[in-house]
Design a protein around this ligand. Structure first.
Ligand code: SF4
Length: 447
């Protein structure tokens, strides 16, 4: 079966139709999907309007034959596992909670509360993707808007270090390039589209202007555009540094100034290259500068389905988006010190709770080496590499497919989830509430 092919069933089953279901595979969080569900087989057999990635997400979902929970690999009940998880958390001195970008806001909120009760550190996958953006927002703010405004108003769209043609397949058609909007009635014909990237990706085929800059020169290029926005010529050395002539940049700036509404949509190609958070500061500052001439916004292209929710929930509860230590009774934000990969790599974390994430498959070796030496709690619908080595592993139901709740689209708009069928497994929220009540009971008994 190819990744986006519907599962075959022998007889014609009675199908349940779920209208306006939400796909949580990527940050577009498309909420216009019509699902056909074979309730007996507990499979989604049709996902109308979903892209190839969304179809793969829906069709490959099935209820795994796994114990509801394990301790040291041995099957146990949820209650026993929650008791053990509470014990690990209460015995820790430098605990870290990590993941959170593939679960509901309701579960994220409880995860932050538990971390606060025990004085641990809360961190999300933002710290390894758009973390630099989170730091830049704190520094220079953000001129922003919803994707609906981009759809209805943007006549100039610039993708920077992003490849939505492959990473967010419906972004073009729903929001940024093709759709007809109130002030862009002819859709694509009313828009000028630009891509700035170090490689010629599939997105390059969809735009009018492709600027291939030299690797690690994003900051210099952005700063040159900032200068041009203020009427100052950049130093000629920028041509050698970036591989793009000042003449080309002047033409681009002219187009930007002539736009009625411009949007810069930036991805990890900008935030995770040399410069990191100062690259993001530069792109956010450029959007701000352009508002002297016309309306301009800058938005991050977010990957995971609810990574924006994680940023929002951690921000509204602690004041900061990720990498927040709560051990002193007040929040301290310090990426590099309180980010999970760093806490693990330095051997400082003495317990970890991982929610819907798989750090054992993508963290640096030093972090992974330490992870397997400390007590760990993992909540995941799949038997991930991280769940395999967990001290306590919970099998969970999948958000959006089995579990209702709220997620945030990449433009920070909250979207409700409409699940397709029930799972025998508990949700992240239910398990985290069970752990929280045990932690509180023991803390109150000891006080
Ligand atoms: S664009 Fe993203 S959210 Fe929309 S259907 Fe495709 S994978 Fe799902």
């Amino acid at each position: 079966m190819s990744i986006a092919e519907a599962p075959k069933t022998e007889s014609k089953p009675e199908l349940k139709i779920v209208e306006d279901a939400t796909c949580t595979f990527c940050g577009c969080v498309c909420d216009d999907i019509t699902l056909s569900v074979d309730q007996e087989a507990k499979r989604i057999v049709k996902a109308q309007s979903a892209c190839v990635l969304g179809k793969s997400w829906f069709f490959n979902h099935h209820i795994e034959e796994r114990p509801e929970a394990t301790i040291e690999g041995k099957p146990v009940s949820y209650d026993e596992a929650m008791d053990k998880a509470a014990e690990i958390l209460l015995n820790s001195k430098m605990q870290v909670t990590y993941g959170l970008s593939d679960t509901t806001c309701e579960a994220q909120r409880v995860a932050v509360a538990i971390t606060d009760w025990i004085g641990g550190t809360v961190d999300t996958t933002t710290s390894v993707c758009h973390g630099p953006s989170g730091m830049a927002f704190q520094g220079v703010g953000e001129v922003t808007c919803s994707l609906g405004e981009i759809k209805n108003r943007a006549d100039f769209v610039m993708y920077w270090g992003a490849n939505p043609a492959e990473s967010h397949p419906r972004h073009f058609t729903k929001y940024s390039l093709m759709p007809k909007g109130e002030f862009v009635p002819r859709g694509r014909k009313d828009r000028t589209a630009v891509l700035v990237d170090v490689r010629k990706t599939k997105t390059a085929k969809a735009v009018d202007i492709f600027l291939q800059l030299k690797p690690k020169s994003d900051f210099e290029l952005l700063w040159s555009l900032r200068l041009l926005a203020k009427g100052i010529d950049p130093d000629p050395s920028v041509e050698e540094k970036t591989g793009i002539s000042i003449e080309t940049l002047k033409e681009l700036m002219e187009k930007m100034k002539q736009a009625k509404f411009g949007a810069i949509l930036f991805g990890m190609g900008l935030t995770m290259t040399r410069g990191k958070h100062i690259n993001t500061e530069a792109v956010l500052s450029l959007a701000r500068d352009m508002n002297r001439h016309t309306r301009f916004v800058a938005k991050a292209m977010r990957g995971h389905g609810n990574v924006s929710g994680a940023d929002n929930v951690v921000s509204w509860t602690t004041g900061y988006p990720f990498g927040v230590h709560l051990g002193r009774g007040y929040p301290r934000f310090n990426p590099g010190e309180f980010t999970t990969t760093d806490l693990l790599a330095r051997g400082e974390a003495d317990a970890a709770m991982i929610i819907a994430s798989d750090p054992m498959s993508n963290f640096a070796q030093a972090a992974r080496d330490h992870f397997v030496t400390i007590p760990t709690i993992v909540l995941d619908p799949k038997l991930s590499d991280t769940a395999k080595v967990a001290t306590v592993a919970f099998t969970t139901s999948t958000y959006g497919i089995n579990v209702p709740g709220t997620v945030y689209r990449m433009d920070d708009v909250p979207i409700p989830l409409r699940p397709a069928f029930e799972s025998p497994f508990k949700s992240d929220y239910e398990i985290l509430k069970g752990i929280e009540s045990r932690v509180r009971k023991q803390q109150l008994a000891a006080s």
